[in-house]
Design a protein around this ligand. Structure first.
Ligand code: NAG
Ligand code: NAG
Length: 308
């Protein structure tokens, strides 16, 4: 009995040592293989990056309830003079922004509900997600106020699989293809039933659309439900016609205004290496960035710095 027990103990110790030895050998390569840096080298360093963001400029479309925005050269408060390359070595701009709801944006729930997160309270985990693109541009071509239906989502799923939990779902309508010449009063809509389906049945992070509003109902039914229940939403995105229905990631970056109701966002889709659209790291000048023969200068007529 005692002898058997010793033998068993010896065997167990030997087994544990063997497992540990194997683990010691295997662990560093495994770590390496699954590391984010090797994922970057394998995928992200060759991926195609596509900007989904309108340039913010004073002459861009804005919801009719808000006043126009304007830019001006930043002024030295001591001299009253605009900062200039010749006298100060640098220039700066001042922006008069009438709203935090314009261009490509991420609505914080605090836009409609004082008890949910404001801009600065949105977690940094929004930075990178799977991106699904549901294309209703054909329907929107026939009906300018087409409202995306649950059937459109189910149709997407029949082809591409279930909308992943925690993903972002963008609705492509092609409304933004004629930007800045767009109709901000009549536009393709995302219905209340669709946003409820996506959040309650699929557990998405947020949805997004090209127009500056979610729906045309008098009380903003879909938007009020989304924000009222603590969800965020993207508005004013573009270039969705350059994206595949699935397989890209979405990078979301925005400034952190204290108590912000909305955000000015840079949305960038990160698509597979073999995707025909977009630009890979290193294909355009990055460091240093592009040099322009023509200097940029304040254009009082246009109301912004321009090279033209
Ligand atoms: C606001 O901007 C639009 C587009 O540039 C322009 O047509 C309109 O006159 C501006 N409104 C005011 C009050 O400046
Ligand atoms: C366009 O779509 C909207 C929203 O679904 C609907 O109310 C309207 O009746 C449609 N118009 C036509 C002409 O089908």
């Amino acid at each position: 009995m005692r002898h058997l027990s010793t033998t068993t103990t010896t065997a167990v110790v030997a087994l544990i040592s063997a497992v540990l030895a194997t683990a010691k050998q295997a662990w560093p390569p495994l770590m390496e293989k699954s590391s984010l840096w090797s994922a970057y080298d394998s995928f992200l360093s060759k991926a195609k990056y596509i900007d989904l963001t309108h340039t913010i400029r004073p002459d861009m479309p804005i919801w009719r309830g808000f006043g126009n925005i304007s830019f001006s050269p930043a002024v030295n408060k001591d001299t009253g003079q605009a900062f200039a390359y010749a006298t100060d070595g640098f220039v700066a701009n001042a922006y008069k922004l009438t709203t935090d709801q314009m261009g490509a944006q991420l609505d914080a729930p605090a836009h409609f509900n004082a008890h949910y997160a404001a801009s600065d309270e949105i977690p940094s985990t929004f930075a990178l997600r799977k991106l699904c693109v549901i294309d209703v541009s054909a329907q929107a071509r026939k009906n300018a106020s087409y409202a995306v239906a649950v059937e459109d989502v189910l149709g997407w799923e029949a082809e591409h699989g279930r909308v992943p939990r925690g993903s972002v779902v963008f609705v492509r309508s092609d409304w933004s293809r004629t930007w800045p010449h767009v109709d901000t009063d009549v536009f393709p809509q995302v219905s209340l039933e669709v946003v409820q389906f996506l959040h309650l049945q699929r557990g998405i992070l947020f949805h997004g659309h090209e127009p500056l509003d979610t729906d045309m109902t008098p009380h903003f039914d879909a938007e009020a439900w989304i924000l009222g229940h603590g969800y965020a939403q993207a508005e004013g995105v573009m270039n969705l016609h350059l994206l595949p229905p699935k397989g890209c990631l979405l990078s979301t970056g925005f400034p952190k205004f204290k108590g912000g109701a909305g955000n000015y966002v840079r949305y960038v889709a990160v698509c597979p290496e073999d995707w025909p659209h977009g630009v890979a790291p290193g294909q355009a000048p990055e460091a240093p960035l592009q040099y322009f023969e023509k200097a940029i200068a304040w254009d009082a007529q246009k109301g912004y710095r321009s090279r033209n």
